[in-house]
Ligand binder design. Structure first.
Ligand code: GDP
Ligand code: IMO
Ligand code: MG
Length: 431
């Protein structure tokens, strides 16, 4: 048995799609445990680029079963169009390999309306910069106990009752935001059409995954978003609404935490963030532009330019702690090629003195903390052909060694380009 969580250690977009796709070469199951179509995980196979939003990144591996866990919020229209797009591109048997928890929550059109209206209203001052996919309102419904679960699709009478209850609960909010309260049938009818394809995929995921683990299967739990966007451990309130940390896998799938044998944390060789919120090592100079342009740092879901900055080791140490990271996958090292001086944040000056921890609670007040940088020399060599550590330039190796030493975490993988083979694979816990 081998159960591995692959989790983003930053503010998302660390390259989870590529890393999960690589590690699932030997996985029997790959399971998304949280979030929804706010995720955009890029897979590059040959010359083809596919961005998955709800489907797990193992979906291109024909021998791998894919699961959407109960911690997820699922927009059924997005899911079916994602499946249809893959079929259109010649990938068959997707639905045969896919299971959906009957306890996952459904994103319905009113959730998206509320998300968009709120963002528009807040735009002038304090919008969160959400992906406008209805994520926050759907998780609010879950916590308020007015959510609609995938399993409700099996029973149209119950479904109608649940939708009526939810619309009643949201009506004052929608009116206050200047929106129009939807009719029940306007929600129910299109949903029942989508349900015909969703219901056959529903299943008791906890039971099935538990059995697979007992039978010795290799299972990958695929994180979405990133540790610093986690509802509990992120830079609140500038976070998403789910448990993005590794522990979210146990909750979001329904397996005991002791089943998880290994946790891989992914970090870019620098830092990015989409949306609002603190980002202490952010750059607004030529180095920041280099990272955005060479790294093609534009959102996979929204196309928004990503904010860019230096690698933040206190943030990585923080992620290592809250996720329990056993091994690091460092992506996009190739993007640093051509930068003369590389800076890495190693500590913070705070009102209470210098700390090498991530001073997350001091970040709400601008200017209260200052990053302390360690400077390193850059390199000019192209990295994308490297397949072993010793074929990287010495300065790139020194950069990697510094990260590993400073965090005390071994390197499992270094990614030097978006393609599958543009990788230095050092350790695969699934073997
Ligand atoms: P995810 O949300 O964590 O799966 O990451 P995204 O797919 O949103 O963004 C990562 C982007 O970086 C995608 O466009 C990937 O194709 C690309 N990428 C992944 N690894 C590398 C790498 O090592 N080098 C370069 N240049 N691009 C990479
Ligand atoms: P992947 O899985 C990067 C960010 C949004 C916003 C905040 C809240 O591709 O790494 P939400 O729509 O979730 O209510 O938005 O979270 N965000 C992400 N940023 N990558 C993601 O997913 C994200 N999912 C949400 O930009 O700041
Ligand atoms: Mg992404």
């Amino acid at each position: 048995m081998s159960a591995v969580v692959i989790v983003g250690a930053q503010w998302g977009d660390e390259g989870k799609g590529k890393v999960v796709d690589l590690y699932t070469e030997r996985a029997d199951w790959v399971i998304r445990y949280g979030g929804g179509p706010n995720a955009g995980h890029t897979l590059v196979v040959g010359d083809e680029k596919i961005v998955v939003r709800l489907l797990p990144s193992g979906i291109l591996r024909e021998g791998t079963r894919c699961v959407l866990g109960q911690g997820m919020v699922i927009d059924p229209a997005v899911l079916l169009s994602e499946i249809d797009e893959l079929v259109r591109r010649g990938r068959n048997g997707i639905e045969k390999r896919l299971l959906i928890s009957d306890r996952a929550h459904l994103i319905l059109p009113y959730h998206i309306t509320i998300d968009c209206l709120r963002e528009a209203k807040a735009a002038a001052c304090n919008a969160l910069g959400t992906t406008k996919k209805g994520i926050g309102p759907t998780y609010e419904d879950k916590a308020r106990r007015t959510g609609i679960r995938t399993g409700d699709l099996r029973d149209p009478v119950r479904l109608r009752e649940r939708i009526a209850l939810a619309i009643e609960a949201w009506a004052p909010t929608i009116v206050a935001l200047g929106g129009e309260v939807p009719e029940i049938d306007a929600i129910l009818k299109p949903l029942l059409e989508l349900a015909e394809r969703i219901v056959p995929l529903l299943s008791s995921v906890s039971l099935i995954v538990d059995k697979a683990l007992r039978d010795g299967a290799h299972v990958v739990f695929e994180g979405a978003q990133g540790t610093l966007l986690d509802i509990d451990h992120g830079t609140y309130p500038f976070v998403t609404s789910s448990s993005a940390v590794s522990g979210g896998a146990a909750i979001g799938v329904g397996v005991g935490p002791n089943r998880i044998r290994n946790i891989i944390g992914i970090t870019k060789a620098y830092t990015t963030r989409v949306g609002a919120g603190p980002f202490p090592t952010e750059l607004d100079d030529a180095d920041g532009i280099h990272l955005r342009e060479v790294g093609a740092e534009f959102g996979s879901v929204t196309g928004r330019p990503r904010r860019t900055g230096w690698l933040d080791l206190p943030a990585l140490r923080y992620a290592a702690r809250v996720d329990g990271i056993d091994g690091l996958a460092i992506t996009k090292l190739d993007v640093l090629t051509g930068m003369q001086r590389l800076r890495i944040c190693v500590a913070y000056d705070t009102p209470a003195g210098r700390t090498d921890d991530f001073p997350i609670d001091d970040m709400e007040v601008p200017g209260r903390i200052t990053p302390v940088y360690h400077d390193m020399n850059g390199w000019n060599e192209t990295l994308c052909n490297a397949r072993r550590l010793d074929s990287l330039p010495g300065k790139a190796r020194a950069y990697l060694d510094f990260i590993s030493e400073q965090t005390g975490i071994p390197l499992y993988l270094v990614s030097v380009g978006p393609k599958r083979d543009e990788t230095v694979m050092l350790h695969n816990p699934l073997i």
